[in-house]
Design a protein around this ligand. Structure first.
Ligand SMILES: [Zn+2]
Ligand SMILES: [Zn+2]
Length: 504
């Protein structure tokens, strides 16, 4: 019999095939036990946060809302994943005791637990008592995909009256999201009520026919371009047949696309083609230099000098402290060099975020008398600006301080320290990307960094990161109070506290 407890010192090379299969089963079971422990631990952390939320309400800590932040930072996973783990923990505890026990014992893994949670959420208690044991039994014989099919079929049979209830529940889960993948591509997907989805599909099909038959694009390519044309305001596809007046679609008026709704940071020498450093597409990450130059053809530019921190621009002194805002040029520069939210692990684009005035740092410099420089400010998304504001008011046990020009340090409630750096600057000024590995044999001359332009626009997409360690991509939380955990799902206040007053 294979020793389940000692997999680390096993010499797989000496094993029989049967032994290897046995080892695989044992290892998978132990991974499931570990997954269950993660779920139970983060769920308990959430329970404690909820119990401690002293001042719930719009200006206080919403009950338990930052438990996911703390877990996400500790594990270096995204908050949506941490929130989904909490949600699964709650569902197991509330209504799925048998599944909880099987998971704890490693008899089923997280992927199958997710299927069971997904398919039992709107099921009546009496039905669940019949359905849950059958699902667990099926989980032992099927992979997660087959288990999902069986679960749907049985839920529909056992609870036909629940069809409408489930449909209504599913409609609440409608969402459109974007996920960065390799090679400057992203997956755009969503969950829509069928009539709405069909409306989008038929419109894309109609637009795909707006070009002549000689247009070289395939139908899938046309549909993809049509979706972008819907968003950029041009509203229709321009024919690519290049036949000029001989094209039957020649002369059909097309509205000018709106200025791109995207923001790209690109070093000046790369823009000019002297270097090929990666550029930064806000909300996505690195894109290659050639693509960045292509996008830049229609861009509006802002020049971000590498180090203007020394050239401080005083905040308008006549402004009341309560209405204090950084000068626009300073605000643009901070957004460009920070690139994205400065909370550990958060990837919300700077243009979608707020500027936080770094109070602790300001207090170390009482001599400056109300003037604000670049390093007093940091980009934070709405969710993490809430976290920091609450922490500054000592309503939350997080602490932040500015370690130097570049580094912002976060002390988690447990005392763990996490550091974030100015990601945007890594792209704009490649010389500052000192963590990047150096290519072994290029004698390539690196041009001195010069003023780096960025194109600036708001980005309004929603993005989730797929975490391959957790089979939770697209998981939709059951518990309403967990729905705002992803930074991109935070609804900004109508009157955001965009900046704190310096020295408040
Ligand atoms: Zn044509
Ligand atoms: Zn954030």
């Amino acid at each position: 019999m294979f020793d389940r407890d000692d997999l680390s010192s096993v010499d797989f090379g000496t094993m029989s095939d049967e032994g290897l299969i046995e080892a695989l089963r044992a290892a998978h079971g132990r991974a499931a036990v570990a997954q269950a422990a993660e779920v139970f631990a983060v769920r308990e952390l959430y329970r404690r946060h909820r119990a401690e939320s002293a001042e719930p309400g719009p200006d206080g800590v919403r009950a338990g809302e930052f438990a996911a932040s703390e877990a996400a930072v500790a594990l270096q996973i995204d908050e949506g994943t941490a929130g989904a783990l909490i949600d699964i923990g709650l569902a197991l505890e509330d209504s799925l005791p048998r599944t909880r026990a099987a998971f704890a014992a490693g008899r089923i893994d997280l992927a199958k637990v997710r299927v069971i949670v997904d398919n039992t959420r709107a099921v009546a208690r009496e039905v669940l008592d019949v359905l849950e044991p059958r699902l667990l039994e099926a989980a032992g014989r099927n992979n997660a995909v087959r288990l999902r099919q069986a679960a749907r079929r049985w839920a529909a049979r056992l609870d036909p009256g629940g069809v409408q209830r489930r449909r209504e529940l599913r409609q609440d889960e409608r969402d459109v999201r974007l996920r960065a993948v390799q090679d400057s591509m992203a997956v755009f997907d969503g969950l829509l009520p069928a009539p709405g989805a069909q409306t989008v599909a038929m419109r894309l099909r109609e637009m795909s026919m707006q070009v002549c038959a000689s247009d070289p694009r395939s139908m899938p390519q046309r549909r993809a371009d049509a979706l972008v044309a819907l968003a950029d305001g041009s509203g229709r596809l321009r024919c690519h047949c290049e036949r000029g007046e001989r094209c039957p679609k020649f002369g059909v008026p097309i509205a000018r696309p709106r200025r791109p709704l995207i923001q790209i940071g690109i070093p000046a020498d790369t823009l000019l083609g002297i270097q090929d450093a990666p550029a930064f597409l806000a909300g996505y990450g690195p894109i290659d230099a050639a693509l960045a130059r292509l996008l830049a053809e229609h861009a509006r530019f802002q020049v971000i000098p590498e180090d203007s921190a020394a050239e401080d621009e005083p905040a308008a002194a006549e402004e009341e402290a309560a209405q204090w805002r950084p000068p626009p040029r300073l605000a643009r520069e901070v957004r460009a060099v920070d690139g994205m939210c400065r909370f550990p692990g958060c990837v919300m684009p700077a243009a979608e975020s707020e500027l936080d005035h770094n109070r602790p740092f300001d207090q170390q410099r009482p001599d400056r008398g109300g003037r604000t420089i670049r390093t007093d400010l940091a980009v934070l998304c709405s969710r993490h600006h809430r976290l920091k504001t609450l922490a500054d008011d000592e309503s939350l046990p997080w602490r932040t301080w500015r370690a130097d020009l570049d580094r912002l340090q976060w002390t988690a409630p447990t005392g763990d320290i996490h550091t974030t750096v100015r990601e945007g600057a890594r792209y704009l000024f490649p010389r500052t990307d000192t963590d990047a590995p150096v290519a072994p044999y290029t004698g390539q001359h690196r041009a001195e960094p010069t003023d780096a332009p960025t194109a600036e626009f708001p980005i309004t997409d929603r993005r989730i990161a797929a975490d391959i360690a957790y089979p939770l991509d697209g998981y939709i939380v059951v518990h309403g109070q967990l729905r705002r955990i992803r930074p991109e799902d935070e609804i900004p206040d109508d009157e955001p506290r965009a900046t704190q007053t310096p020295g408040r």
